[in-house]
Design a protein around this ligand. Structure first.
Ligand SMILES: Cc1cc2nc3c(=O)[nH]c(=O)nc-3n(C[C@H](O)[C@H](O)[C@H](O)COP(=O)(O)OP(=O)(O)OC[C@H]3O[C@@H](n4cnc5c(N)ncnc54)[C@H](O)[C@@H]3O)c2cc1C
Length: 400
């Protein structure tokens, strides 16, 4: 087994196997043929697409075995390695307007469910029949989730849940909420995840605000008023919520890095083509350094960030120390999300006035990539995690 101290040589990182290359090409074809043609229509319709388009996305992604990736094949996923998943996420990251959100998916937490929870929530999610939503953040607990005040109090055979969750992605369409609450046991709070059916009495959508991006689903504020659930609503055990959440963050941060890489690649392709074609002042604009150097800087950014992300995925597959993967995922997310924002801004500028039109890919990415510096932990929080890891695990382990 490869460990953190004995990690794969960097030269191995990008030597993709035949099957990895085939999967990458399959995902690219799906993104190009099925998803990309729908972007502008989604943008012009508040993020929404007609029912036949949604049906095609679902059916084609299942048929081409491109959804549910890391989840086990027996549950409807594809049992991918982290590298395989990273390669697919990169291709999905090429697409704006979260058109890929219509592919069947389910949060990784659900894989830790009981057989009954898996049957009820995970399997239909991966068949594309239902959505789940992850509710951790609160009005006064964002970067520091330990400050949550949502409580679960033992009530006879079950629990009574009270609290309010903010920014609940998919909250407007979810069939089930994965809710982080302080289960009060002997007077002490224990961070615990509860699966709560969206149609349970006492659940109230108190706000569904518009956000910068034009996405299909919202991020509403949801209040849980004396919501009653049974013991069987707990996932990951009483007090097991923090550990599951940590695993979720690690994975999702690497996914953000991958998708930002895909976005940067697409931006570079489209902007380079434009800069070669566009002439002003008697020259192609790419011949002006004011245009070509920002492209060069972005190319260097994506090439470097991609190596870091893929290397982290390889280490995760090789069974490296999860704490190290956590730090490296933070580095990959920090670097790629910041780089992707720089890249989108540069590309918008190179498109000139056209870059400010919503039909332009650079304009859409310029708005959409902004949240990648905020969700799943802000850039500042990633820096705190990396710095703490430097102290605890040593510089050499963190950067190699
Ligand atoms: C579109 C969208 C979708 C989201 N989806 C979900 C979801 O599905 N489920 C969910 O639970 N949450 C979700 N979130 C919430 C998201 O994870 C939080 O917004 C994020 O963690 C930041 O928390 P906050 O907004 O409360 O900002 P705050 O924590 O209040 O931070 C404000 C500022 O202070 C900085 N800051 C805070 N603490 C420190 C520190 N110790 N050191 C340095 N700087 C610091 C932050 O970096 C930030 O710049 C979503 C957010 C958005 C915008």
């Amino acid at each position: 087994m490869t460990t953190a101290a004995n990690s794969p040589a960097p030269a191995d990182v990008l030597s993709l196997s035949e099957s990895e290359l085939e999967l990458q090409a399959r995902a690219r074809k799906f993104a190009d043929e099925i998803l990309q043609p729908l972007e502008v229509e989604a943008e012009m319709n508040g993020g929404h697409l007609p029912a036949d388009a949604l049906k095609t996305i679902k059916e084609e992604s299942l048929k081409r075995k491109l959804s549910g990736g890391l989840h086990a094949a027996e549950h409807g996923g594809n049992s991918w390695t982290h590298v395989e998943w990273f390669l697919v996420e990169e291709q999905l990251g090429r697409i704006t307007n979260a058109v890929s959100w219509h592919m069947p998916t389910a949060y990784n937490v659900l894989a830790h469910g009981s057989p009954a929870q898996i049957e009820k929530y995970l399997l239909p999610g991966l068949r594309g029949e239902t959505h789940d939503a992850y509710a951790v953040t609160e009005e006064h607990a964002g970067s520091d989730p330990s400050g949550i005040t949502t409580t679960a109090v033992k009530d006879g055979e079950g629990w009574t849940i009270n609290g309010e969750k903010w920014f609940v992605t998919y909250g407007d369409v979810a069939a089930v909420f994965i809710v982080m609450a302080n289960a009060i046991v002997d007077g002490e709070p224990q961070g615990t995840l509860f699966l709560i059916d969206a149609d349970t009495d006492g659940i109230e959508v108190v706000d569904n605000p518009p956000f910068t991006h034009t996405y299909p689903h919202g991020h509403p504020t949801i209040r849980f008023n004396d919501v009653k659930v049974g013991d069987d609503a707990i996932i990951g055990g009483l007090g097991g919520g923090d550990k599951l959440q940590q695993d979720w963050f690690s994975e999702e941060r690497l996914g953000i890095a991958a998708r930002c890489g895909g976005a940067m690649t697409r931006l570079l392709e489209e902007t380079t083509a434009w800069a070669i074609e566009r002439e002003q002042g008697g020259s192609r604009i790419i011949d002006y350094q004011g245009v070509s150097f920002p492209l060069a800087d972005s190319a260097a950014d994506v090439a470097a960030g991609r190596l870091l992300g893929l290397y982290t995925a390889r280490l995760a597959d090789a069974g490296a120390d999860p704490k190290l993967i956590h730090a490296k995922s933070s580095m990959a997310k920090l670097f790629m999300s910041e780089a992707a924002n720089r890249c989108a801004d540069r590309c918008l500028q190179i498109f000139g006035g056209r870059g400010y039109m919503r039909s332009n890919v650079a304009e859409r990415f310029w708005r959409e990539l902004r949240v990648d510096r905020i969700w799943e932990g802000t850039s500042e929080i990633q820096r705190l995690i990396i710095a703490r890891s430097l102290e605890r695990r040593g510089v050499e382990r963190v950067i190699n």
